[in-house]
Design a binder for this molecule. Structure first.
Ligand SMILES: [Zn+2]
Length: 398
């Protein structure tokens, strides 16, 4: 990390109604695509004009100013890490700097930023009659095993707790497995694909060999075509192939956002972020699909939490609220509740757990960069009725 290479941006986006004031003046030809090594990029200025912010970037200075901004959008130059609406979100490609401009890949504007900032505007979003719950692993495949038990048991228990909550909201629920047996991954995807207006929610717990202190939640949806997954640094040739999951990657991202904001908003856990992967269950499902990692079985404190049935009940409830939030996008056509909204609502939230050393280091990296080196775009204060302009391919490709 160098001082010149890292620079946070902060674009403020207000909740429904206030934001996106200038969109009526934004035309498809206003997108200025900048080619860098053959790839398409858009400048932060251009993006801010699209979302209705004043053109230009102003220095912010103090962190307190950033705190005062509601629902900020923050990027860090040279990195794929971003904060969008108060949750860590991973871009497909790093933010780059060229000729004094900060540039975001076109893929990320269309496939990451837009479905996270305006999930309610993603086409066909929120259509859910059936929720396919997929408890990870099973049978001979135990998943990760902690001193308290196996991932396959904990995942099944969360799904069993979640099922009646969803049924109570009038949703049909199908489980890819009801007991302790293995179901091949392609069969799990087939089950989801066979159900009308379904979504697929896979439940797992995390593990790592590298860092015994690693903790926190993360969620995955299918990586867009031609982009690397969050854990990959290079684009593989195979990533250009169309997959069943490619058709619905924007809806899947919206589902990811809805569930993740509820998880973080209801349960105090480290925010590892909204990520992308090409896991078989995400690749083969042609309905919106996510994979939740509900904490680490390789970390002492978190593995104990996961073994607690009340905590698993809380996890199931938070996932349920997130699914309901996703479903409401279709009806309300408004942005979903965000992590800060849930936290305000949850008056009786438990005290913060003691911060572990490894955790502090990870979280600090971002905070330190945020202070002092920030760049800040002030939000528009006026509001006009919005016109239908979307980031669909016909608009974004002039
Ligand atoms: Zn797993």
């Amino acid at each position: 990390m160098t001082g010149t290479a890292r620079c946070w941006f902060n674009m403020a986006l207000f909740a429904a109604g206030i934001a996106l004031a200038q969109r009526s003046t934004f035309a498809a030809s206003d997108w200025e695509i900048i080619k860098v090594s053959g790839h398409d990029y858009l400048s932060v200025d251009n993006i801010s004009r699209f979302y209705g912010f004043p053109a230009g970037v102003a220095a912010a200075g103090e962190k307190s100013q950033l705190d005062a901004v509601k629902n900020p959008l923050e990027f860090v130059s040279g990195s794929r890490e971003a904060m969008i609406n108060g949750a860590r979100s991973w871009l497909c490609f790093p933010l780059i700097e060229q000729d004094g401009k900060y540039l975001v890949s076109r893929t990320d504007v269309a496939k990451t930023i837009e479905p996270l900032v305006r999930p309610h505007r993603v086409p066909n979003v929120g259509k859910v009659d059936t929720v396919v719950l997929d408890p990870g692993h099973g049978g001979h495949d135990k998943g990760q095993v902690s001193r308290y038990g196996a991932e396959k048991e904990f995942a099944l228990d969360v799904a069993r707790k979640l099922r009646p909550l969803l049924q109570a909201k009038g949703l049909r629920v199908i489980m890819t497995r009801e007991g302790d047996y293995f179901v091949p991954l392609e069969v799990r995807a087939k089950i989801a694909n066979a159900a009308r207006n379904s979504i697929f929610v896979s439940i797992h717990f995390n593990a790592t060999n590298d860092n015994p202190n690693a903790t926190g939640f993360e969620i995955f949806s299918f990586t867009p075509r031609g982009a690397p997954s969050t854990s990959d640094s290079a684009v593989a040739l195979s990533s250009f192939n169309m997959q069943p999951g490619s058709e619905v990657d924007a809806q899947s991202m919206a589902l990811s956002a809805c569930i993740y904001h509820s998880l973080l908003g209801h349960i105090t856990e480290y925010d590892r972020g909204i990520k992308r992967a090409r896991f078989a269950v995400l690749r083969l499902t042609k309905v919106p699909a996510v994979l939740i990692e509900g904490g680490f079985l390789t970390e002492r404190g978190e593995s104990r939490l996961i073994s607690n049935k009340d905590w698993r009940g809380k996890l199931a409830a938070a996932i349920g609220v997130g699914i309901e939030s996703y479903r409401s996008l279709e009806v309300k056509k408004q942005p979903p509740m965000l992590v800060a909204d849930y936290r305000r609502q949850t008056k009786s939230s438990p005290p913060e757990p003691a911060i572990q050393e490894g955790q502090l280091k990870e979280a600090d990296t971002s905070l330190m960069d945020l202070v002092g080196k920030s760049v800040f775009l002030a939000p528009q204060q006026t509001s006009t009725p919005s016109q239908r302009i979307s980031l669909e391919s016909d608009v974004i490709v002039p």
